[in-house]
Design a protein around this ligand. Structure first.
Ligand code: FE
Length: 339
């Protein structure tokens, strides 16, 4: 009898502890799908007692949901793997300003909204992965140079509804204007090894399989392939070389995973603590090791793999421009026939 009572007391204590943890909670709408995110969020909960509930869906679904739910939305934070999406969520009135000196101090101006409704927390570059037995690095220079007829039938890149391509084209519009950007998209479409299909990882698999010679991909996908549990994918990564375009000009196009404070948030203070956690040394270092994303905060050491890719010049374009120019990019893709 005594033993049973001890067990019951123990069980009651556990329930009370759970209740204490659950007292404060925030809800994230996120389309990131990494187990390491869950582990990182758990560390935040351990440190602060604030529970993190994650609702996962596609980025478009989450934005539609925020619009439909309005002020009744349970969401505190919208996480998106593209600054353009966050900027569009802001334009749709779905975000509110975050008050945090730490975020403004730690995150460079070009990686956050000037009105502080969203902040980038992890960076990637859109680079070229090429087959070194068929391409010499001296033949590569810029995104623009891939429009040259020498690349006819040799390029691999995904379809244009993909936000990463839309943001890349938005950066080209910012640098060269709509007309030139559309002509570039049409020339790239002509140079493709096959009609656009599949993911960034599929483009690299296709280069390794000899379908084409150069793929346009985000850096972290190279890291994910290189560290895959699938031996074939590790071979794909091993067989390819990376090239960072536009090093002699404006720099390589980059983008961020970022987080915005929703207008509906009932707990902006806890949400702000969470955003500050994403910019902490601990979280920033974690992204370099788990998802192979670059830190946005200065002086955070890169992973060994990132160091092997080398340092590079970054296009200084403010990332909010990617959202502002998104509609123009979609129009240019459609007119160029890049499906
Ligand atoms: Fe991605």
């Amino acid at each position: 009898m005594k033993r049973i009572r001890t067990c019951l007391t123990g069980a009651l204590a556990l329930v009370l502890a759970a209740a204490a943890v659950a007292e404060e909670a925030i809800t994230l709408y996120s389309h990131r799908h990494y187990e390491s995110d869950q582990e990182l969020f758990q560390r935040f909960t351990d440190e602060t007692g604030i529970e993190v509930k994650v609702v996962k869906a596609s980025a478009d679904e989450l934005v539609e949901r925020l619009k439909a739910e309005g002020d009744n939305s349970p969401a505190d934070i919208l996480v998106a793997a593209d600054a353009g999406r966050l900027q569009r969520a802001k334009a749709a009135g779905l975000l509110q300003p975050i008050e945090s000196e730490a975020l403004v101090r730690r995150i460079p101006a070009s990686y956050r909204d000037p009105d502080n409704t969203w902040f980038g927390f992890a960076l990637r570059a859109r680079v070229l992965a090429y087959a070194p037995d068929r391409v010499d690095a001296s033949e590569l220079s810029s995104y623009e140079a891939l429009a040259d007829p020498q690349w006819r039938g040799r390029l691999l890149v995904r379809s244009s509804p993909n936000i990463y391509n839309q943001s890349l084209l938005a950066s080209i519009i910012a640098a060269r204007g709509e007309e030139e950007a559309q002509a570039w998209a049409a020339a790239i479409r002509k140079n493709m090894a096959r009609p656009p299909q599949g993911s960034d990882r599929d483009q690299m698999r296709a280069v390794a399989a000899g379908l084409g010679d150069v793929a346009i991909v985000n850096t972290y996908y190279v890291g994910l392939l290189a560290n895959s549990s699938n031996a074939k994918d590790r071979q794909v990564a091993e067989s390819l070389q990376l090239f960072f375009p536009n090093q002699d000009g404006r720099g390589t196009h980059v983008n961020v995973s970022g987080a915005g404070l929703t207008r509906s948030s009932k707990n902006p203070q806890a949400a702000t603590r969470f955003l500050e956690f994403l910019a902490s040394d601990e979280a920033q270092a974690s992204f370099t090791q788990t998802t192979y994303e670059y830190p946005v905060v200065a002086d955070i050491p890169w992973s060994e793999l990132q160091r092997s890719w080398g340092a590079f010049e970054i296009d200084a374009l403010h990332l909010s421009s990617l959202g502002d120019l998104n509609a123009a990019a979609v129009k240019a893709f459609n007119r160029a026939g890049w499906e």
